[in-house]
Design a binder for this molecule. Structure first.
Ligand code: NI
Ligand code: MN
Length: 225
């Protein structure tokens, strides 16, 4: 399995012959190294409806005939835009041909703003547990710190956890350091920082705070498991 960070909350997972993107915010993402028109993707996983997470989903899904997996309300809304979806919800898991996905809770909002400035509420936000090839990945989505991260850590042997550290909208570095301790992941990668001035953080300082499990991935950098 290969995991690549593409800036903000964009994580690419390559496993079992499939290319999977979590929260593919590419167009308008000042940090990413990707161009939407060049992206090949088989499956898109979305944590919530905010535009900096849904990103290029509709265009990418149409261009690649990719399956979009998202919380029910968001999946329904995106299906009306003509993409193929698989709705799920918090606490539910489903085994796909490429791996098993379970949605976890996240303390945040979930809405999509259309170009005409209509705001569409898209249900609950989520985190994602992804299992394939005997490995477990946790992408927390956008969330505050919550104590059930202890439970997630107890129930899952997490190999890599992607945690937001940007503060303001999500956990900041101090809270994310507590999350890292509770989740007991073997590797913790900070995400959702430095994309915008309001979420400016020093990821190096964060990984120093959490010790040897911390790992900053540069944009375009990968971890092989
Ligand atoms: Ni958000
Ligand atoms: Mn966000």
């Amino acid at each position: 399995m290969k995991l690549t960070y593409h800036g903000h909350s964009v994580v690419k997972i390559e496993t079992n012959g499939k290319t999977i993107f979590i929260d593919p915010f590419i167009t308008g993402n000042p940090l990413t190294d990707l161009k939407a028109e060049d992206v090949h993707v088989d499956v898109i996983l979305l944590t919530h409806g905010h535009n900096d997470h849904v990103g290029d989903t509709v265009a990418l899904a149409k261009q690649n005939d990719a399956l979009v997996i998202a919380p029910y309300e968001l999946a329904t809304y995106l299906s009306w835009k003509g993409v193929r979806t698989h709705p799920m919800h918090i606490g539910g898991s489903f085994t796909f041909e490429f791996g098993k996905i379970k949605l976890t809770q996240a303390f945040h909002g979930s809405s999509y703003v259309e170009e005409d400035e209509t705001i569409v509420y898209t249900g609950m936000p989520s985190g994602i547990l992804f299992h394939a090839e005997g490995k477990t990945i946790y992408h927390a989505g956008d969330t505050a710190l919550f104590s059930d991260m202890k439970l997630i850590g107890e129930m899952n042997d997490i190999d890599v956890a992607f945690l937001p550290i940007g503060d303001n909208f999500t956990m900041g570095p101090e809270d994310a350091a507590i999350a890292a301790k509770w989740l007991k992941a073997k590797i913790v990668v900070p995400i959702h920082y430095n994309t915008f001035p309001i979420i400016q953080q020093d990821p190096q300082q964060f990984v120093e705070m959490i010790g040897r499990v911390g790992r900053v991935l540069r944009v375009g950098e990968s971890i092989e498991l």
